[in-house]
Ligand binder design. Structure first.
Ligand SMILES: [Zn+2]
Length: 275
């Protein structure tokens, strides 16, 4: 098989109502999140099936067990299940024991659902404590997708970096965990959903332009690269945003040698992950 010029990984964070349950959100906020499992997930899976695309789903344990029809449909579509906390916890606020417990419980539930241990983890809110990724590696995960020190080249995570305003920075050692970098501009949420300090509700064409220019740059200048998008069913699943997803897929299809792949398979093909 010839090497693809560029790989595109479509990734979906299936948060649903997991964090709303943990925070005790109001019925309206919970319903905003419930749009994901009710409408967004089936819509997205239909498009992916039509296009013959396999993708990666970061699924909190609560979403996994609360929406079993979604879980079954994701698995039936040949997609990858990866970990994303249980109640979409903020790992920067958890003790080490709490973090260990959430990682183990979510890993085991995903393994039971999928019939194989998950390879991937993405921190909810992309929020980590300094030692969290060492615990992720210890829990047996092969890759993380929460950091930003790169774009299209996965890299090895360092553990134990020490930063001091007196003594400067001492870098830790690389472990086995691979990082698949993320970035806000390549995430649907900051563009489209209101939040602290931003109105959200971006014009879809503006987001499509950012995503396709990232794609084109990588295709021209970063052969062998891996472009990763982060999306949320309750966000991208809205009709005018599904158009962005469809057009982005069409833009990728219009370039020679672009393949779509699940993150685990993209990393296996690069010799960065073994099972
Ligand atoms: Zn999330």
């Amino acid at each position: 098989m010839t090497e693809p010029r560029l790989t595109v990984a479509l990734t979906f964070d299936h948060d649903a109502i997991s964090d709303g349950v943990r925070r005790g959100d109001s019925p309206v906020k919970l319903s905003h999140a419930e749009f994901g499992p009710r409408v967004g997930v089936p819509r997205i899976l239909d498009v992916l099936a039509r296009e013959g695309i396999e993708s990666t789903w970061f699924v909190p344990g609560h979403s996994l067990v609360t929406f079993p029809d979604n879980t079954a449909a994701i698995l039936a579509g040949g997609h990858e299940l990866a970990a994303h906390g249980w109640y979409h916890e903020d790992f920067s606020e958890l003790s080490r024991d709490e973090a260990r417990d959430v990682l183990a419980r979510s890993r085991d539930a995903l393994a039971t659902a999928a019939g194989a241990a998950p390879s991937g983890f993405r921190a909810p809110y992309w929020a980590l404590a300094p030692g969290t990724l060492a615990l992720v590696e210890e829990a047996g995960f092969g890759y993380d997708s929460s950091l930003m020190a790169g774009d299209v080249r996965p890299y090895r995570v360092r553990h134990g970096d020490r930063h001091s305003v007196v003594d400067g920075t001492t870098w830790g050692a690389e472990g086995t965990l691979i990082e698949v970098p993320v970035y806000w501009a390549l995430d649907d949420w900051p563009h489209f959903e209101p939040g602290p300090g931003r109105s959200g509700l971006a014009t879809p064409s503006a987001v499509l332009e950012i995503w396709t220019e990232e794609l084109r740059w990588a295709w021209e200048h970063e052969p062998g690269g891996l472009v990763t998008l982060t999306m949320h069913p309750e966000c991208i699943g809205r009709a005018h945003r599904m158009v962005v997803l469809e057009r982005f897929i069409a833009a990728a299809r219009s370039l020679d040698g672009v393949e779509f792949a699940r993150l685990d398979r993209a990393l296996e093909a690069r010799g960065l992950l073994s099972r």
